[in-house]
Every structure is written in C-alpha cells, then in structure tokens.
Ligand binder design. Structure first.
Ligand SMILES: NC(=O)c1ccc[n+]([C@@H]2O[C@H](COP(=O)([O-])OP(=O)(O)OC[C@H]3O[C@@H](n4cnc5c(N)ncnc54)[C@H](O)[C@@H]3O)[C@@H](O)[C@H]2O)c1
Length: 276
C-alpha cells in the first residue's frame, strides 16, 4: 500500500513503538493519523508533533479494553477524515510489580482485556470501517514472547501468543474483505514498557534478569519494520519478527515467520490436488 495521503488509526500511539510508527508514517507522507490512548498528555503532544511534520492528526482518549471506546475512536476518525485505511492495534501492557506469581488476580484480567481483547475489538470494528472504503490494512503488535516462554510474565506471553494466532486466523479477510491483516513482533525494544507496569511506574527489577543481556532495539527499528509491512502488499497473514541485534550498535534482523501462500490458496479453493 502506498502510504501517501492515507489515514491511519493507532492505539497506544502516545508513546513508545506506536508513537515512532506515527512519526514514521508522517515522514512518509501519510494524510492523517488518529491516536487512541489513555495517556492524554502524551497523546496531545504526539498529535502536535505529527501536525508539525505536515500530516493532519487528532487524539481521542481510548481505553482499548472498552469496546465502546474503540467504536468511538473509529467514529472520530471517520468524522474527521472520511475513511480509515491503516489500523495499528498496538496498545499493550506487561504485568509489572508485584510480579508473577504474586501479582494481583485483577491485573491478570486487565492484561488479557488490554492486550488481547483490545486487538480483537480493534480488528472487529476496523473490518466494518475499512470495508466502507473498499478495504485496507490491519497490523497487530504481538511479540516474540508469543513463542515464549517468558517466565516473569506468563500473561504477556499468553496474550501475545493469542494475538499471533488471531492474526494468522484473520488472513482470509484479504480474500473476503480486501483487508490485509499482519502482526509485527518487536524484539525487546527500549521503551517505557520495560520500566512501568501500565498503571504507574515501577523499577523493572522483575524483568531485568531476562532482558539485561540483550542489545535493545530502538523504536525506529520497529517503525521501519511496520512501514515495510504496509508497503509490501505480498505480506498477508504474516507475523514479522524483528530480532534484537547480535551486538551493540548492530542491525535489527527481520524474519518472516509464516508464509501463508499455500494456506490462502487452499482457503480460496485454488489448490488443485492430483490423484497421482
Ligand atoms: N518494548 C518492547 O520491548 C516490546 C516488545 C514486543 C512487543 N511490544 C509491544 O509493543 C506495544 C507498544 O509497547 P511499547 O513498548 O511502545 O510500550 P509503551 O509503554 O511505551 O507504550 C504503550 C502505550 O500504550 C498505551 N496504553 C496502555 N494501556 C492502554 C489502554 N488500556 N488503552 C489504550 N492505550 C493504552 C500507553 O499509554 C502507551 O502510550 C505493546 O503491545 C507491547 O506489548 C513491546
């Protein structure tokens, strides 16, 4: 898809990876970006930065775990910009402290609601809205933790695994609705999620033993991968893993985790099997 002049909705776009993707889209000539997040101050700052780059932008307070908020986010996008072409279901949290297994039971539910239901709600509403203008693209932010295990945060590993399979299972929307659905799987990336739990800030002592040895990716590395997925129409129902560099200052590696070509052909009934 050509990014120029398009409209994107990005959840969790106030900070971190979502913000970097928004900025990269603005640099690539996108027409408009709608940011949905619970961090209003950073969201408004993100919008100001996008407008500075020459794109239109609005912020809408959106808790992705709330289906009504998701509907209102897309309504806001259509109201302002007429249609939506690209959707990033990107908002997510980790357990934080108190860490697993002492974590409050409610926090497990919140994690599932934000990480998993947020992506499902965003995809469901996006299907209706993208269809109004003939189709589009959905990118869900999963994680290599979806291939796990991630012992300090089983909720995170489980929800990210579910997002991967949800995304792969949405591959046939390309054939039925002209909507391309893919996932990006950022390796460990230098953002606030490594330091905060999502409902406040805490030292990430619980996580350090598991990430301390890694050469972190930058948010720009992830945005580059996201732009690649947008521009490459051959990517359908894929999970693109963006791997941590092997050495400090090294480059991110890209791994296409699934090529669904044969699956698509089967789903479309185009695979001819011969008896001999
Ligand atoms: N940073 C990493 O190492 C890494 C690795 C793999 C995947 N990811 C995923 O990337 C995505 C973005 O994370 P990040 O690293 O940029 O973290 P971040 O904490 O910097 O950004 C997350 C954003 O989501 C927002 N958010 C949190 N709860 C929300 C809710 N209920 N509704 C709407 N917005 C909400 C936050 O306010 C924040 O702006 C997440 O899905 C995360 O799981 C991150």
């Amino acid at each position: 898809m050509d990014i120029e002049g398009k409209t994107a909705v990005i959840t969790g776009g106030s900070a971190g990876i979502g913000l970097a993707i928004a900025n990269a889209l603005a640099d690539a000539g996108i027409g408009a970006i709608v940011i949905g997040d619970i961090d209003d101050a950073n969201g408004e700052a993100a919008v100001a930065g996008i407008i500075d780059k020459g794109a239109k932008s609005v912020y809408k307070h959106t808790d992705v775990s709330n289906a009504d908020d998701i509907r209102a986010l897309f309504d806001e996008a259509v109201k302002n910009f007429g249609q939506v072409d690209i959707v990033f279901n990107n908002a997510g949290i980790m357990l934080g402290e108190p860490a697993w297994p002492e974590v409050a039971i409610e926090r497990l539910g919140l994690g599932v609601q934000i990480n998993l239901l947020g992506v499902m709600y965003g995809t469901r509403v996006a299907i209706d809205v993208l269809s109004q203008s003939g189709g589009g693209l959905i990118i869900n932010t999963a994680s290599p933790a979806g291939f796990g295990p991630l012992p300090p945060d089983p909720m995170y590993a489980a929800t990210k695994a579910a997002i991967i399979n949800f995304t792969l299972s949405c591959a046939t929307l390309q054939a039925s609705h002209n909507i391309r659905v893919n996932a990006i799987l950022p390796g460990t990336t230098d953002t606030a999620i490594l330091n905060k739990s999502g409902d406040g800030t805490t030292p990430a002592a619980w996580l350090k033993p598991f990430i301390g040895m890694l050469n972190l990716l930058t948010v720009e590395d992830i945005a580059k991968g996201a732009i690649d997925v947008i521009e490459d129409d051959s990517r359908v129902g894929e999970a693109l893993s963006i791997e941590n560099p092997a050495k400090e200052g090294g480059e991110a590696g890209y791994i296409r985790l699934r090529d669904n070509t044969e699956f698509h052909e089967r789903a479309l009934g185009n695979v001819v099997t011969t008896a001999d």
